[in-house]
Design a binder for this molecule. Structure first.
Ligand code: SAM
Length: 321
């Protein structure tokens, strides 16, 4: 793996996360997406010596770099796990029983990909540099993007591109991708981008200042390969279940599909009914209080200095009972 030019990941909405996750003495913190440890470093700076911080990530490279960055802080434990699988993981249960038997004061989920993943061509997330068509956040498990694509039909691939990428040209794009695969022209991320550009040419979009036409399809395939939305609602519910009363959950999402799931889940757990009709058929249990009902977007200054933050939205909720 090439590590010479590893970028740093600038933590998104950092001040807003710090302001909303106020840590009591001896705080217990669960970070579901440790990444390169940017939020963790800032939170640990605010926490006292009795605090305990559990950082979870499914990406082995991120865990190694976070461990290097946080320099053996004795308050920090790092766990290799996908957060969907965390709740029954024996190491997690043991850690919790030993260090956070009363639950967590703060839980953070900073969803999606890290700059490290996007900018390391070998990981196969980016259409800017040629890399193998992989896109797995945990390269040791699951199907690579190429293998996943090879298992799709025109219809199933188009459906995924439409659903997860909100791409209107999903059908011709799916056909172009599977044609490139059949003709032996689909091995790298740039091969995938080229197949997309046969449907939506790159130059006109660029001239008009639009995002690269490959962006939406890459996002869709990444979400499908990593099952990113599959168990998000259930994971948030499981996270709320391990919060202490008064503890807070902060979730940062990066696209509208993800944010919709976060918003609907937190609203439901706050006893707010969003279904058809005026009232819920059965009373919803109210275990959360929403803080900033509309969510928090990055400031203009942050969006200007850290463009990946532009689409971010932070939602915060507090456990009631
Ligand atoms: C946006 S980055 C987090 C950055 C981090 N907050 C920081 O400041 O450095 C998202 C991280 O979540 C990890 N991740 C994504 N989905 C995951 C999942 N289902 N389970 C565990 N980790 C996941 C990715 O591997 C990535 O490292």
């Amino acid at each position: 793996m090439m590590t010479a030019q590893i970028p740093t990941h600038v933590p998104v909405l950092l001040q807003e996360v710090l302001d909303n996750l106020m840590l009591p003495p001896a705080a217990r913190v669960l970070d579901l997406t440790l990444g390169l440890g940017g939020h963790a470093e800032a939170l640990l700076t605010r926490a006292d010596a009795e605090a305990r911080y559990l950082g979870v990530d499914r990406d082995p490279e991120a865990r190694t770099l976070a461990a290097q960055r946080l320099g053996g802080d004795p308050r920090l434990s790092i766990l290799a796990c996908a957060y969907e699988d965390l709740w029954n993981d024996l190491d997690f249960l043991a850690w919790r029983a030993a260090k956070a038997p009363e639950g967590f004061d703060a839980i953070l989920a900073d969803l999606g990909v890290s700059t490290l993943q996007l900018r390391t061509p070998e990981r196969g997330f980016s259409f800017r540099d040629a890399g193998p068509l992989d896109m797995r956040m945990d390269p040791e498990h699951g199907l690579s993007a190429r293998t996943w694509i090879a298992e799709q039909t025109d219809e199933s691939l188009a459906d995924a591109i439409y659903q997860y990428g909100e791409e209107r040209a999903s059908r011709p794009i799916a056909r172009a991708i599977l044609r490139a695969l059949r003709e032996g022209r689909l091995d790298t991320t740039q091969d995938l981008a080229r197949a997309i550009y046969t449907v939506i040419p790159r130059e006109p979009a660029k001239r008009k200042g639009h995002s690269d036409p490959a962006t939406r399809t890459f996002q869709a395939i990444r979400i499908a390969v990593n099952g990113e939305l599959d168990r998000l609602a259930a994971s948030l519910e499981a996270a709320v279940a391990v919060l202490r009363p008064g503890g807070r959950l902060a979730v940062i999402s990066f696209h509208s599909l993800e944010d919709r799931i976060v918003k609907q889940t937190l609203r439901r757990l706050a006893g707010i009914y969003d279904g058809p009709g005026r009232t819920a058929p059965t009373e919803l249990p109210k275990v959360l209080k929403l803080i900033h009902a509309g969510g928090i977007a990055p400031s203009e200054a942050e969006a200007a200095t850290n463009p990946p933050s532009r689409s971010a939205r932070l939602r915060v909720a507090e456990r009631l009972l």
